[in-house]
Write a protein that binds this ligand. Structure first.
Ligand code: ACO
Length: 318
């Protein structure tokens, strides 16, 4: 048996924050942000919205598209770096809000690779016979872990959620998944803070060495794409759609170029969403499914890289 994505959904908070808006927040310009990252605007969650709310909105759309109800879901995995609270997991809150009973629910913490990690995990649950349908969600509110005085980070991220329903299938949907991590890079991209004895210890905001992240991302996104294709006896020219993590258009363009793919084969949403970490891939996937770009039979390559470092890919036959 195999697993296959049978429905997708996404949600973006209503509030839009443009680069021009940011010009009055930090010492920056639309020109600097757009030329370095390809980002023009991002969505920002309302004060009363939490990651579970974004996740639930995306999940409802995915379940509707898959034509499944709460009683059909046998597993919930939520990829998030910005959970509602330390515990319970955001997945448990999502389960409750969706009225889903008696299924395992847990969060996946792999930062921007979180959705690929979550999809790989759910795929293995389904293929082992543990359940028939899984809800796999990426949901993030990065606006709450950004230092809005730090222009080198706050201009790059946004909030949102994307979800898929994975169902059992006798033909392959998920062809293979490939996950990696190297914790020796933990200081290059992190939120080096925690709650200790009721107080925040350390720095609870995103810090990163931008150019080191850039170089590493381009290297491993090429490597893991080739690894996924080789595992299935396929070559880059057979890829119909590349859906990389949406961190920076220059990383996406460099990766596509290394793989010999034109940008017409790449789904890019970073201009309008910015970097939504674990939500970026399912957000882009949902957009390309709903606007008809992704068609039955297409070969779709999802890949991500994020703090840890973690990285991974999932190759799908749609
Ligand atoms: N507005 C104006 N100037 C800025 C801003 C800003 N928002 N931020 C930084 N600068 C300044 C810096 O202070 C520095 O000035 P200095 O030279 O006087 O010291 C200068 O701009 C740095 O400019 P560049 O070196 O040209 O910047 P670069 O081309 O390296 O781009 C960037 C920086 C966009 C961060 C790039 O390194 C990058 O995209 N890295 C990848 C990081 C990334 O995508 N992270 C997302 C999280 S990781 C992930 O999702 C995988």
């Amino acid at each position: 048996m195999y697993s296959r994505i049978i429905g997708t959904g996404s949600y973006l908070p209503a509030k839009l924050l443009t680069n021009r808006d940011l010009e009055s927040v930090v010492d920056t310009t639309d020109e600097w942000i757009y030329s370095r990252s390809g980002i023009r605007e991002r969505h920002i969650a309302a004060d009363d919205e939490n990651a579970s709310d974004l996740a639930v909105a995306a999940a409802r759309k995915a379940m509707q598209a898959a034509d499944v109800g709460p009683e059909d879901i046998g597993l919930i995995v939520v990829a998030t770096t910005t959970p509602d609270m330390i515990f319970p997991s955001t997945a448990c809150l999502v389960q409750h809000k969706l009225g889903i009973k008696n299924c395992p629910a847990f969060d996946m913490q792999a930062v921007c690779s979180g959705f690929v990690y979550a999809l790989a995990t759910a795929d293995k649950f389904l293929r082992s016979g543990a359940c028939r349908h899984a809800l796999v969600i990426g949901a993030e509110i990065y606006s709450r872990i950004l230092d809005w005085k730090d222009r080198s980070t706050c201009v790059l991220f946004g909030d949102g959620a994307g979800a898929v329903v994975l169902g059992l299938s006798d033909t392959p949907g998920v062809l293979s998944t490939h996950l990696h991590a190297d914790g020796s890079y933990h200081e290059v991209l992190s939120v080096p803070g925690c709650v200790s004895r009721g107080e925040i210890k350390g720095h609870p905001f995103v810090v990163m060495e931008g150019s080191a992240v850039f170089k590493f991302a381009v290297k491993v996104l090429e490597e893991v794409a080739l690894e996924a294709l080789a595992a299935n006896g396929l070559s880059p020219r057979e890829v119909d759609w590349l859906i990389p993590h949406q961190a920076n258009i220059r990383i996406i363009q460099a990766t596509a170029k290394k793989l010999g793919l034109g940008m017409d084969k790449v789904v890019a949403t970073v201009e309008r969403h910015a970097n939504t970490s674990a939500a970026s891939i399912p957000l882009a996937l949902d957009e390309a499914v709903r606007d008809g770009r992704i068609r039955p039979g297409n070969l779709v390559l999802l890949e991500g890289v994020g703090g840890g470092f973690t990285w991974g890919a999932a190759l799908l036959r749609w």
